[in-house]
Design a protein around this ligand. Structure first.
Ligand SMILES: Nc1ncnc2c1ncn2[C@@H]1O[C@H](COP(=O)(O)OP(=O)(O)OP(=O)(O)O)[C@@H](O)[C@H]1O
Ligand SMILES: [Mg+2]
Length: 227
């Protein structure tokens, strides 16, 4: 049976897409039929032919060698680079939970291991008109466990542990933390890694150096984090 995991982070631009690309690449390089899915992407890039490219999906598909068009990997593509709820208020086409569920199930039917990338951090309004959908509603609806991407820079203990606590308080399992742009030679970052694990009780399952081209993790262990 196909499995999935949800990638969230301590905020936007922390490296969800970068780390996800390396994660999916790791699986695919090992011969695993791994795919990528994102429910809602804001800030699509206009192409010379007038189409709008979902950059996150393009980066992951290219890096990991997923044989699909980027637009097939994202359910809602907005032009405005703001939270999906606000982009939809401007552009129309608000997120329907039923479409997310359908598209995620279709992804599970195509790939054995689906890595789903969130939007922004963990508190992210996805739709806010007569209907209210938060990112966590989607994670719960799909029954996914999560990986939290965090920096290890100054302030990361607070940001990372708060994110883990928020997920847990909302009944969402946290399967691990991945530190991005990690510098093991920096005594503070090494201590941040130790303290994030000690306070949150969640293991740091990988640490990604700046410009890393590979995720340093055992493939079978990585597969075991999916549900
Ligand atoms: N380990 C890394 N080494 C080099 N560049 C990185 C690394 N991690 C992230 N980046 C770069 O930092 C920027 C932000 O990363 P990324 O797009 O992965 O963030 P994100 O959390 O997916 O953002 P969003 O919330 O917009 O989806 C990108 O330009 C990405 O290439
Ligand atoms: Mg991204």
């Amino acid at each position: 049976m196909s499995k999935g995991i949800f990638i969230t982070a301590t905020g936007t631009d922390v490296g969800k897409t970068y780390v996800t690309a390396l994660l999916v690449k790791k699986l695919r390089d090992a011969g695993v039929n791994a795919g990528y899915y994102k429910a809602a992407l804001s800030g699509a890039e206009e192409q010379p032919d007038g189409s709008w490219l979902p950059g996150d999906a393009a980066f992951v598909a290219q890096t990991a060698g997923i044989p699909a068009k980027p637009e097939e990997l994202v359910s809602y593509i907005y032009k405005t680079a703001v939270s999906p709820h606000l982009a939809a208020l401007r552009e129309g086409n608000p997120v329907e939970m039923s479409k997310i569920v359908r598209d995620y199930q279709a992804s599970l039917a195509t790939y054995d291991y689906v890595t789903m990338e969130g939007s922004g951090g963990i508190i992210c309004p996805i739709r806010w008109d007569e209907q209210h959908i938060l990112l966590e509603d989607i994670i719960k609806e799909l029954g996914l466990g999560t990986l939290v991407i965090s920096s290890a820079a100054l302030g990361s203990i607070n940001a990372c542990v708060l994110t883990v606590y928020y997920l847990q308080q909302h009944g969402i399992p946290v399967r691990g933390i991945i530190l991005n742009n990690y510098d093991a030679d920096d005594f503070m970052q090494a201590d941040n890694k130790r303290m994030i694990e000690a306070i949150s009780g969640v293991p740091v399952v990988a640490a990604v150096k700046p410009n890393a081209q590979e995720l340093d993790i055992d493939v079978q262990f990585l597969q075991s984090l999916f549900k």
